[in-house]
Design a protein around this ligand. Structure first.
Ligand code: FAD
Length: 389
């Protein structure tokens, strides 16, 4: 389980985060607007991310990863997301796939796949959602039938991040469509691109540009038993959702980055834009907005690091990760909206960066479990922990 790495000291963290900050300022800031507006995949940036080890960020060092604790990883994601949120998805979805293999895979699967995942030689993501099943994951229909020598897989996945540019996904299927309860018939496979696995169109999105979101089709796609994660059928639902705590901490960190980035843009703008003879930051109405934005961004950061610290201690943190994800994503959306309003008419212009934050933020309310579900999870967990029965 790639959790806290005791060999990773606070000094190591400071050096790493400083490197990420400088890289973000030098390489990302100058090009983000152009790439975002063109919805262009950032191949050059992906090569740089490979060199920095980001595709192995949370993979254990024994498999060639950096073995970062969740706290350090979250801070890294916050820095990048404060400028260009969507590119964090290129390595994060990949790391959730990697986590499933590291946490639940056989020794042979870990030895074979994790070093290639860590180097970025093989990149991918998580293939769960289908046209008729997102939140209700147990309703998926993609099936894998054992024919005596291999699994034959048929079905369709949609919205899969890295589905087009990546070369492998963790694929959730039904190995027993009749099982009751339904989750007992689900299995997770390491699914490399090969005959029978084709990709459809790149999906057009409101925001979260540059990263590819694809439809994937499986037509008599064949996999050996060596690709079944853990080697046992029926574990897929828990394997697929087992990475969600880290996934939610990641989305929370993206929300923090967006909330802080939007705040910074608003604060900078409010100090130079003048109306009625003074900078707008001196008008009380703008100060009320900024005061709320600063507080929301800070609270989101603290909730996220709290969840990450619990995760790093190896303790259960579904409620804390849920709170962090829910609060930070809503903070991202609210701060982006308020920052846009502080920009007045220019906030509506594509010349300014704030419109990107406004388009990117809503995704954080949807991914890794919608915020509707998140609140229900938090409430149920709270009641469980404080049962009066
Ligand atoms: C840009 C983007 C990238 C994505 N990347 C990936 C990826 O890499 N891999 C992947 O597998 N999926 C991915 N997804 C899919 C994403 O996980 C789903 O969109 C999400 O889980 C919601 O599922 P859905 O869209 O089917 O909505 P639905 O499940 O149909 O939900 C619709 C609405 O109903 C609400 N709802 C549903 N059930 C309940 C309930 N029981 N109680 C209360 N409210 C409920 C939801 O909160 C939502 O508001 C991505 C989506 C987007 C937009």
């Amino acid at each position: 389980m790639p959790v806290a790495n005791e060999r990773f000291s606070p000094q190591d963290e400071a050096i790493l985060l400083d490197t990420i900050q400088r890289w973000t300022d030098r390489e990302l800031k100058p090009i983000v607007k152009e790439y975002d507006h063109a919805d262009r995949y950032p191949h050059g940036i992906v090569e740089q991310m490979k060199e920095m080890g980001l595709f192995g960020a949370t993979i254990s060092q024994e498999y060639g990863g950096l073995g970062l604790p969740a706290t350090t990883y979250a801070k890294l994601v916050m820095i990048i997301s404060s400028v260009w949120m969507s590119i964090t998805g290129i390595f994060n979805s990949h790391l959730i796939m990697s986590l499933a293999v590291e946490k639940f895979g056989t020794d042979e699967q870990k030895a074979e796949w994790l070093p290639k995942f860590a180097s970025g030689e093989i990149r991918g993501g998580l293939g769960l959602t289908e046209p008729d099943a997102g939140t209700d994951l147990q309703g998926i229909r993609t099936s894998a039938k054992w024919n005596g020598s291999e699994y034959v897989i048929n079905g369709t996945k949609t919205w899969i991040s890295n589905g087009i540019e990546g070369s492998c996904i963790a694929l959730l299927v039904k190995t027993d469509p009749t099982a009751e309860p339904r989750y007992k018939g689900m299995s997770l496979f390491i699914a490399p691109k090969q005959a029978g696995f084709t990709v459809g169109k790149k999906m057009e999105k409101l925001g979260y540009k540059c990263i590819d979101s694809g439809e994937l089709f499986f037509d008599n796609y064949r996999l050996s038993k060596a690709h079944l994660i853990g080697g046992v059928e029926g574990q897929g639902f828990f394997q697929a959702t087992g990475g969600l705590e880290l996934g939610r901490i990641n989305v929370a960190a993206r929300g923090v980055g967006l909330a802080e980035g939007a705040l910074r843009l608003a604060s900078d703008y409010a100090q130079v834009r003048k109306t009625f003879g003074k900078p707008i930051c001196e008008h009380q109405a703008i100060q009320l907005k900024l005061g709320e934005m600063v507080t929301r961004a800070r609270a989101a950061r603290l909730l996220t690091l709290d969840a990450a610290e619990i995760f790093d201690r190896g303790e259960r943190c579904d409620m804390e990760a849920g709170m962090a994800k829910f609060f930070s994503s809503e903070a991202a959306l609210e701060n982006s909206t308020e920052a846009m309003r502080i920009h007045g008419g220019y906030g509506y212009s594509k010349e300014y960066d704030i419109e990107r934050f406004y388009r990117d933020s809503p995704l954080t309310c949807i991914g890794e479990g919608t915020n509707e579900m998140q609140r229900m999870i938090i409430a149920r967990q709270y009641i469980k922990r404080h049962s009066i029965a």
